[in-house]
Ligand binder design. Structure first.
Ligand code: HEM
Ligand SMILES: N=C(Nc1cccc(CNC[C@@H]2CCCN2)c1)c1cccs1
Length: 363
């Protein structure tokens, strides 16, 4: 039918590219496309094979213009959870994902695929931005914890969840099951790996009593492959140190730790020209990188990450593919001009498969 045309076109474009990359021949492509046209005309949609799903997810990572970590796109581990129907079943899969990805600190980039959107409706949705994240509380003008989480924390409190009220309360996982409603699930302590922050030379750093969770797992983006919208497909990599040291713990409207770090370092915070903020920033980022490394948790510094991205660019050119990128996101927030990325333009065209923001399930 006419209404199926866009889906069939998206599917055709995906199968052509995907099959060419994994070494299938023209006949395979032809046969697969006919199968898909048949299925779409029968059911209005089509199911990816696991191979299509696995390679499609890897292509989505490889295509994301904002990601500096793309060199390892072909090593992504994909878990197929499209059989899962309930919030309870989903939580079990999420626990497996967290454990597999954490791997006692030797982080494995992974992605778990839950059922795709059907006729514009989601059977299951995760409300969390990340599977592991700290709560944020606002009480008479003062903020405790992660200010980015204030709105979501309120939703969790309304569901009956209670935190301890510390600056580092791990939030519950909130899953919406269509026709059933919202459920929250407390993560068991042994599922959560965290790193206490210390500095190799400045022992006063311990007084910050700062820490961060080991594994970033994005839970709220849509993965689009061949016209199929996977609205619940959490994925993890490892952190680049600046994400924690130059943004999460440094931003004034986040944990705002630079003044406290400067105090510990005995810096003159009354004069901008002393570059006290810059000195504090560097030492905080050293603390993050050293603390993670000493704890045996995978992390990458922004210089190494930029060099890995350079290798990615070379490999993609050798493969005859155009590298697209978002310059403003690819440059690191600390010492950006010390990386090659800063000194060249990037084509920001959007290529699919890819990851996209999607409507918040609540608002
Ligand atoms: C393996 C280590 C990885 C590193 C070090 C890394 C690093 C980064 C960094 C630093 C950002 C910018 C984030 C921000 O500024 O908020 C980013 C963005 C992104 N990364 Fe990666 N990444 C890795 C793996 C992955 C994986 C496995 C996926 C998906 C399969 C992925 C998909 C993305 C996407 C979709 C964005 C854009 C997010 C947005 O638009 O908000 N990355 N990455
Ligand atoms: N290292 C990571 N960092 C990362 C990747 C994608 C998205 C995010 C979160 N970005 C959102 C924040 C908040 C606004 C701007 N940055 C972090 C990874 C997370 C999951 C896989 S890799």
């Amino acid at each position: 039918a006419m209404s199926n045309r866009p889906l069939i076109e998206e599917a055709g474009y995906f199968i052509q590219n995907c099959y060419a990359e994994i070494g299938m021949n023209e006949t395979d492509i032809e046969n697969r496309l006919n199968e898909i046209i048949e299925e779409v005309n029968q059911t209005g949609t089509y199911q990816h094979s696991f191979e299509e799903l696995e390679h499609g997810a890897r292509m989505a990572w490889r295509n994301n213009n904002r990601c500096i970590g793309r060199l390892f796109w072909n090593t992504l581990t994909v878990f197929d959870a499209r059989h899962v129907k309930t919030a309870d079943g989903a939580f079990d899969e999420l626990l497996n994902h967290i454990e597999f990805a954490t791997n006692d600190g030797k982080i494995r980039p992974s992605l778990t695929v839950f059922p795709a959107q059907q006729d514009g409706k989601d059977k299951l949705r995760i409300w969390n931005h990340q599977l592991l994240r700290y709560a944020g509380y606002e009480r008479d003008g003062t903020i405790i914890g992660d200010s980015s989480s204030i709105e979501f924390t309120k939703q969790c409190l309304e569901l009956g969840w209670r935190g301890e009220g510390t600056a580092f309360d791990i939030l519950p996982i909130v899953i919406e099951e269509a026709g059933v409603g919202l459920r929250y699930f407390e993560l068991p302590g042994q599922a959560i790996m965290e790193v206490e922050l210390n500095h190799p030379e400045i022992e006063g750093f311990a007084d910050l009593a700062a820490k961060w969770y080991a594994v970033p797992i994005i839970a709220d983006m849509k993965m689009e492959i061949g016209g199929i919208h996977y609205t619940m497909a959490p994925f993890n990599g490892w952190y680049m140190g600046t994400e924690i040291g130059a943004r999460n713990l440094a931003d004034e409207d986040r944990y705002d730790l630079l003044p406290a770090v400067a105090e510990i370092m005995g810096l003159d915070t009354k004069s901008n020209r002393s570059l006290w903020k810059d000195k504090a920033l560097v030492e905080l980022n050293i603390a993050v990188l050293e603390s993670f490394a000493n704890a045996g948790v995978t992390i990458v510094d922004h210089h190494t990450a930029a060099k890995q991205f350079k290798s990615f660019e070379r490999k993609e050119e050798a493969a005859g593919r155009t590298v697209t990128g978002n310059w403003a996101w690819l440059i690191p927030p600390l010492s950006p001009a010390t990386t090659h990325i800063f000194h060249k333009p990037y084509n920001n065209d959007i290529i699919k498969p890819n990851f996209f923001y999607q409507n918040l399930p609540y608002q």
